[in-house]
Each structure stands twice: as C-alpha cells, then as structure tokens.
Unconditional design. Structure first.
Length: 177
C-alpha cells in the first residue's frame, strides 16, 4: 500500500511539474500521461514549442544526421522493428527503474548539434511523449525536441515499399505492436 501511495504522489508531483515547465495547450489537456498506460493521446503539439512530427515528415529526417531518433520502448520491441539508425534509450515515466534515458544523454545529442525525435509505438503509447516532456523539464530547448506520435507503425505505413530504407528488424513487415 505504501509503495502505491508513493508512486501516486510521485506521479501527481511530476504531472504538476510538467504543467509548470511545459504549459499544456488546448486539445492536449484531455490526456493525462500519469493515468493507466496505453490511453490514446490527442494528436497535436503537446506543449508550446514542442513539435509533433508526422510519419511522412519523419521519412525526410531519418537519413539527416542533424536528427537523432530515440526509441523509448523496451529492447525486445526495439529489436523486433525500429527506425533506421535510431538509438535505444527506454523511458516509461520519471523514476521508472528500467529508464536508461537521462538528461546527460539528451544534452549530449543537443551539444553535438542534433535535434532529438522521441518515439514509441504510436498514439496509444505514452513513452515517447513522456520522454519529450521530460526533456522539456530538463531544460532542453523545445526547438530541439520533436515527438513522433505515430511511432514505428506510422513510419512502417508511410514507408510503403521502401520499408527497408527507413526501418530495421525482421518484424517490421506487418508490424502491429
């Protein structure tokens, strides 16, 4: 019971900080990132200055070395199908024991002149969005943070017959997770 209470208080505190650090805009407030995992996310820019990337636009950035695609999913899903040249840095919610994404990692990409693109498994996935909001809380400039809301399935669909050009993994064909 105490563990649940600590988690609940922590999540509420984090959401409050996210609201202060990244003021949420209309259309986004209906999604509470601290609720049960997997709830649908409203498509749109989730915070002022934090950009939403469409899968079609993502295809134009995948081979551009000024962008780094950060996959926030667990390694088993990353190995199954990932965006080509992406980096695996799992992230769920702040404080999760399985997170490997840190402020130092994101800052390292920014210091190297990159814009970070966070993604996971589409709008029902909370990981990419939570990582983007966390990066904002860490003080990373929002013009250096992008959220690819439709994630891997969106890129797979947009790539069409050029799937191998934009993705890696044996599970990309008919990707459903």
């Amino acid at each position: 019971m105490n563990r649940f209470y600590v988690l609940l208080v922590s999540l509420l505190s984090i959401f409050s900080l996210a609201t202060l650090a990244c003021t949420l805009n209309p259309g986004y407030e209906g999604y509470n990132k601290d609720k049960a995992k997997g709830e649908p996310v409203t498509a749109g820019d989730p915070a002022p200055g934090l950009k939403l990337l469409t899968p079609t636009d993502a295809l134009n950035l995948i081979e551009n070395d000024k962008y780094v695609f950060i996959d926030t999913r667990p390694e088993r899903l990353y190995q199954k199908c990932k965006i080509k040249n992406s980096k695996l840095h799992p992230y769920a919610i702040p404080g999760d024991a399985e997170n490997t994404l840190t402020q130092e990692i994101v800052k390292g990409y920014i210091d190297a002149g990159k814009t970070v693109v966070f993604y996971c498994n589409a709008l029902k996935c909370y990981r990419g969005l939570n990582a983007a909001i966390q990066a904002c809380q860490w003080g990373i400039p929002t013009d250096k943070i992008i959220w690819l809301a439709e994630g891997v399935p969106g890129v797979v669909a947009a790539a069409g017959d050029k799937l191998k050009k934009y993705t890696d993994g044996k599970g990309c064909v008919n990707f459903t997770e």
